[in-house]
Design a protein around this ligand. Sequence first.
Ligand code: T4K
Length: 371
Amino acid sequence: MADKILVTRSSMPDFDEFCKEIEDLWDSHWLTNMGVKHKQFQAELEKYLNVPHISLYTNGHLALENALAAMNLPRGGEVITTPFTFASTTHAIVRQGLQPVFCDIEPVWYTMDATKIENLITDKTCAIVPVHVYGNICNIEEIERLAQKYGLKVIYDAAHAFGVKYKGTSAACFGDASMFSFHATKVFNTIEGGAVCFSNDKLVQLLNDMKNFGIHGPEEVAFVGGNAKMNEFQAAMGICNLRHLDEEIAKRKTVVETYRSRLSDIEGITLSSIQEDVETNYAYFPVVFEPTIFGSTRNEVFDTLAQSGIGARKYFYPLTNTFDCFHGAYDVNKTPVALHISKRVLTLPLYADLSIDNVNRICDVIISCKK
Ligand code: T4K
């Protein structure tokens, strides 16, 4: 059988480049706790993203939890969010003692349907946590308008949107804070890693202390914080990968264009196109199968691909509002579009070095499922 193809494959710098980057750690023996690499990486990211402040984290999830905590939201407060996301988004809200209230998604970009937010606002609503899912940018203007009108905080889960720009502005710059994930599976990785981006100067010390046990100074522990610091090896990986990001995105673009050329005319398959005013990062390639037209269900296509050694993924199925851990607390029928898409979507393999031959192999298998 031909080689297995997984849904993605971590981008890595040349071995020698990484070794050179970490060489001085053997001289300094300084491995973590905001060392030289951490400072350099943070400064390079602030410049790249053109955002006033960044706090680096050991992963995206803890970055999101701490971003929520930094907003000083009332315990038990309601947070409007999407169920069409990775577990992390909903879990971050719940683990912060807040109540998720699920808003449906819109059917083209799969981001939160901003026209449905206002009806969900109550006197307990304190924040909105939208997700730029697959790197698709949410309806920033409408979310901002509602946040202003009702005095709500907006924390974007921008885990998928590193390198994405909307009207020339980086996805780091919207809302009260935006979280990026630099996980191994992302367009840009620091092995594990994440960041909170924000412009409010008052949050700088807080978000930095939050990831370091609430330690504010040599003899001052201001509050009960956890540990979520990015270490020097992660930062070194980030410094290297940032040098190659443009090339990474360009290669992904070629893969996506090949998928489009092979799959866009097939009845029963919907590909999501690139949004107007958005410079994309080609993070994911979601494909929606309508079984009544395509002839095969999403699950049948998934299984056929798997039998051919191709690991597509059902991102995002099941919806987070159906997770067992919530014991039926949420009514999935309130998010019918999300339910519809989650039953039909597959994200196809996508990474910089996925060969065009392999993209064609994947498309051949998909096309063979058409009935
Ligand atoms: N918000 C959103 C919207 C997110 O999507 C995520 C993470 C977060 C928040 C939280 O951010 P982090 O705390 O993770 O920074 C993966 C990732 O683990 C997760 O980061 C990501 N979202 C999610 C969408 O995908 P899995 O369980 O699907 O990963 P896994 O281990 O099955 O890996 C998928 C494929 O990636 C593998 O088939 C091969 C490839 N891979 C994987 C690893 C671990 C590599 O090439 N190298 C690797 O090291 O969750």
